[in-house]
Design a protein around this ligand. Structure first.
Ligand code: ATP
Ligand code: MG
Length: 335
């Protein structure tokens, strides 16, 4: 993927990142094959902006998040954070970067210790940051206020709060170390719809206030469209399409993006050549033959798609697609 990192506007760039998990079978648990959870992923996130990562269950979104957080080592590729490739950094080299990249989970219990009060959890972050030593309490209050929680919350435990409030506390915990990038892994999918909007608006406000960059993971294109500047559509370990949000919604190229859009209520009636897309479930890696990973669900697949590796092609300004037919339709060809 072509990059425009020269002007320092990109905070995070993934280049051909791979993570394969061994699939073990039988009594001896021998390696039977490989689950290509992340199979050559490339994208970039601009400073102060939000990139959405969408795709259905099991396509590799959380694995991408864990690779970026370095909770998991990648097998190949580069993870460039603020111009440094952190993918092979040791724990020691990684230390200054740990604070810079934070994560918010679907279940905030993932980031909050249930045995610590809200105050203790957030204070721990403030201590790790090593700033505000003299006015920790004040900083704690400021953080709670920023996420719309009352200072009375400090002495209470996470289980005493509702899902939405817990997510706010999780956000305050993430903010306590003053990160520049927050990976949000399905942060609202467990919440009621009315609460979802509140959390999305909070994330937007915090971004405006603090200049944060977000990687926002979701299977819901509606949410992503509202929040994100750019969108990567992921399928079975591959990014199938990357573009500014408005292009994903108004000029989707990949048949998979189009099928995701058609799953959104009030679909665009103008469906043209891609109208007959099937709607199966993601196959196991074992069942994925050569060529395009989407071929079995794609109504426009041809022999070429079943034999050749399909490359990520540029089809417009900052718009890339991994489908030679879609690319050809818009001016490129497989050769
Ligand atoms: N530690 C692991 N060991 C083996 N396989 C794994 C491991 N972690 C993830 N996988 C597999 O990798 C694939 C991608 O998983 P991942 O959790 O990244 O998907 P996801 O897109 O986040 O799904 P969801 O929307 O359900 O959260 C899945 O097939 C999963 O079973
Ligand atoms: Mg996940």
């Amino acid at each position: 993927m072509e990059t425009k990192n020269k002007n320092n506007s990109v905070i995070l760039r993934l280049e051909d990142v791979k993570k394969y998990f061994p699939v073990r079978r039988g009594f001896l648990q021998k390696i039977h094959g490989w689950e290509k959870a992340v199979d050559g992923v490339s994208f970039e996130i601009e400073r102060g902006k939000t990139m959405g990562l969408v795709g259905e269950s099991g396509c590799g979104k959380t694995t991408v998040a864990r690779l970026i957080l370095k909770l998991l080592e990648s097998d190949a590729g580069k993870i460039i954070f603020r111009d440094r490739d952190i993918s092979r950094f040791s724990e020691k080299e990684m230390k200054p970067y740990r604070k810079e990249i934070q994560i918010i989970f679907q279940d905030p219990f993932g980031s909050l210790n249930p045995r610590m009060t809200v105050g203790q959890s957030i204070e721990e972050g403030i201590r790790i940051l090593g700033k505000h030593a003299k006015n920790r309490n004040q900083r704690l209050e400021t953080l709670l206020k920023m996420v719309g929680m009352s200072p009375d919350s400090t002495d209470r435990y996470p289980h005493e709060f509702s899902g939405g409030q817990r997510q706010r506390i999780g956000i305050a915990r993430a903010l306590s170390v003053e990160p520049s990038l927050i990976v949000c892994d399905e942060p609202i999918s467990a919440l009621d719809v009315s609460i979802q909007a509140q959390i999305i608006n909070l994330l937007k406000d915090l971004q405006d206030q603090l200049g944060l960059s977000y990687l926002f993971i979701s299977h819901d294109l509606n949410v992503v469209g509202y929040l994100c500047n750019t969108i990567s559509v992921m399928y079975h370990g591959h990014i199938m399409e990357f573009a500014p949000s408005e292009d994903i919604f108004n000029h989707p190229h990949h048949p998979y993006t189009i099928s995701l859009l058609s799953a959104i209520p009030d679909p665009d009636p103008d469906k043209k050549w891609y109208s007959k897309l099937s709607n199966g479930r993601i196959a196991d890696s074992d069942g994925v033959p050569e060529g395009c990973k989407y071929q079995d669900r794609c109504s426009i697949a041809e022999t070429f798609c079943r034999k050749e590796e399909i490359v990520f092609e540029k089809v417009g300004e900052n718009h890339f697609v991994r489908c030679w037919k879609a690319a050809k339709n818009h001016g490129s060809s497989p050769d």
